[in-house]
Design a protein around this ligand. Structure first.
Ligand code: CP
Ligand code: NVA
Length: 309
């Protein structure tokens, strides 16, 4: 059975730990004779984008090349997929020529359709609902700065209904973390995701929760995370989406409520003065540049791991 990574709980707790350990090892051996080349040949990996990207595009392109492979980066607008060719037909064409398919798209149903017809691994490079590759990089970053994941508390303030919030819930619970989402009432996480994360947390010793009380959510957090209030595809709602989120900004007051040695995550791109204060993202507790770099290492590990199944 081909393994895909379409959302965070597609890795079990043990598998997630394996991928994160591999990511650390790939980071340590990068540009050395020990760096593994599992895509040597080269084998190609298709990296498709229906939405803009800087980090994901760069890290998958370079990551595939560093594994000895050939990254084939395709923007939807320049492919037949963007003109309505069926997703399943695209999968059937690609899987005869590439070792894996990485896709950034809109609805989760689209990437599920791709995976349903693909004989090679399909990786979610962000959908409206989840951003699981980002969470692997975030977890690697927390391990680097805190030493471990299980039992640590991670608070996410902002849009509780977006891809980052959902992936923190599932991926953090898988890692045994205590994940709290602080968001306005109208932007709560999908109850089905919260339920699933709670079930995972019950097995890993973690916990998950939601509150509208931003101060209570931030209280004592080991990790404080946020994301844009206006995700890709929501640009038309910009004006309506700012005011409700103002109390959930990761500013100096919010950081002051977190643990003294808390670290701050943001998947980027960041909007200073909106979801995060300049003093916080550019301050000493911010680890966002390590986080951005770790996209490279975590995704190389994920691809290697998936291709070994
Ligand atoms: N964090 C992230 O996915 O960034 P890009 O949109 O630039 O890929
Ligand atoms: N929630 C954001 C994440 C960007 C990496 C978006 O979907 O636009």
């Amino acid at each position: 059975m081909t393994r895909h990574f379409l959302k965070d709980d597609h890795l079990t707790p043990a598998e997630q730990a394996e991928v994160l350990a591999l990511a650390a090892s790939l980071k340590a051996t990068r540009h050395t004779a020990e760096a593994p080349m599992p895509l040597a040949g080269p084998k190609a990996v298709a990296v498709l984008f229906d939405k803009p990207s800087t980090r994901t595009r760069v890290s998958f392109s370079i990551g595939v090349a560093e594994l000895g492979g050939y990254p084939l980066v395709i923007d939807a607008g320049s492919s037949q997929l963007g003109r309505g060719e069926p997703i399943e037909d695209t999968a059937r064409v690609l899987d005869r020529q590439v070792a894996a398919i990485v896709w950034r798209t809109f609805g989760q149903d689209r990437i599920e359709a791709m995976a349903s017809a693909s004989r090679v691994p399909v990786v979610n490079a962000l959908t409206d609902e989840y951003h699981p590759c980002q969470i692997l990089a975030d977890l690697q970053t927390v391990i680097e700065h805190k030493g471990s994941l299980a039992g640590r508390s991670l608070t996410y303030l902002g849009d509780g209904a977006n891809n980052m919030a959902h992936s923190y819930l599932l991926g953090g619970a898988t890692a045994g973390m205590h994940v709290r989402i602080g968001s306005p009432e109208g932007f709560r996480p999908d109850p089905a995701v919260l339920d699933r994360a709670a079930k995972i947390a019950a097995e890993t010793g973690g916990s998950v929760g939601w509150t509208a009380d931003a101060a209570a959510a931030a209280d004592g957090a080991d990790v404080l995370a946020t994301d844009t209030w206006v995700s890709m595809g929501q640009e038309g709602e910009y004006d309506a989406r700012i005011a409700p989120f103002l109390p959930y900004a990761v500013d100096e007051a919010a950081l002051g409520r977190a643990a003294d040695d808390a670290v701050v995550l943001h998947c980027l791109p960041a909007y200073r003065g909106k979801e995060i204060a300049a003093a916080v993202i550019d301050g000493p507790q911010s680890v966002v540049w390590d986080e951005a770099e770790n996209r490279l290492h975590a995704q190389k590990a994920l691809l290697m791991w998936l291709l070994q199944r």
